[in-house]
Design a protein around this ligand. Structure first.
Ligand SMILES: [Zn+2]
Length: 270
């Protein structure tokens, strides 16, 4: 039985907030995909093609599992950053809310209030009316470079916070070694938005030429890679989580020379 039901904010044409070339709708889906991939059957992922706010899905949701709805903040105010948890005004935060707020504030600090009460948010109110154990989480500010780098570079770490709080054991079968995860240094690999420089670039289900081709990128298309990488078959392989499949996908970023090269197949946009 599921121990956590995950809803992704925005979607179905509503990108939500944006910053640094990213949209909130896409980023929270990438996070949800990792929570699901690492958490397995104990995590139930709500239909990510929907906009749960607009279609009122919480008013019809049938689940006994605690619910978390994923968002990212935007402020336009320079320096605003940090994650926080939102619960219904008048409700006492429960052990999940408190544990989540503590861990998220430690992971992505910056907010004076770790838990904020609201009375005007539709989904918060719908859940409260129906007695659903629910909280909305702002996973940092998408328009904060600091929060974005933390979010993008440590996506699995963030996903594991949710699993830990809701008592879910991360599956070792689907977790990838964090070898090489690094945001700095000449041999480190930086996650972020990459642009395809070649006519066709194969997407594979394993990092290496033996992986099956499951899709392809074309010239000038962009892909958001996390900070994981692996060297195999003479190439540096980057990774992302398929937005609809929730599965890990791999692309050759370029020849393995230990540094970015002019003829790489993917070049970092930012
Ligand atoms: Zn939002």
């Amino acid at each position: 039985m599921a121990k956590l039901f995950v809803i992704c904010g925005h979607g179905a044409g509503d990108p939500g907030a944006d910053g640094g070339g990213y949209t909130e709708a896409e980023r929270v889906r990438a996070l949800a995909a990792r929570i699901k991939a690492l958490g397995g059957s104990e995590v139930e992922l709500g239909d990510t093609s929907r906009n749960w706010y607009r279609d009122g899905g919480i008013s019809r949701l049938e689940t006994t599992a605690p619910v978390v709805e994923l968002h990212m903040d935007a402020s336009g105010v320079p320096g605003a950053h940090g994650a926080h948890v939102i619960v219904k005004k008048g409700f006492e935060p429960d052990e999940y809310d408190r544990a989540l707020a503590d861990k998220l504030a430690a992971f992505m600090p910056g907010r004076a209030e770790k838990i904020v009460h609201h009375s005007e948010l539709a989904n918060v109110n719908r859940a409260a009316r129906r007695g659903i154990n629910y909280r909305l989480v702002e996973n940092g500010f998408i328009d904060s470079e600091e929060d974005r780098e933390k979010f993008n570079g440590h996506l699995d770490e963030l996903a594991r916070i949710y699993l830990e709080v809701f008592g879910i054991t991360a599956s070792s079968a689907t977790s990838e070694p964090e070898a090489g995860a690094s945001g700095s240094g000449s041999t480190g690999f930086e996650g972020g938005t990459y642009r395809c420089t070649v006519d066709t670039l194969n997407v594979r289900d394993e990092p290496g030429l033996s992986g099956s081709v499951v899709a392809s990128y074309h010239k000038n298309q962009t892909v958001v890679l996390d900070s994981w990488y692996k060297v195999a078959d003479g190439y540096v392989w980057g990774r992302y989580t398929g937005a609809t499949s929730g599965k890990l996908r791999y692309v050759a970023v370029g020849r393995a020379t230990g540094k970015p090269e002019a003829d790489d197949y993917l070049v970092r946009v930012e």
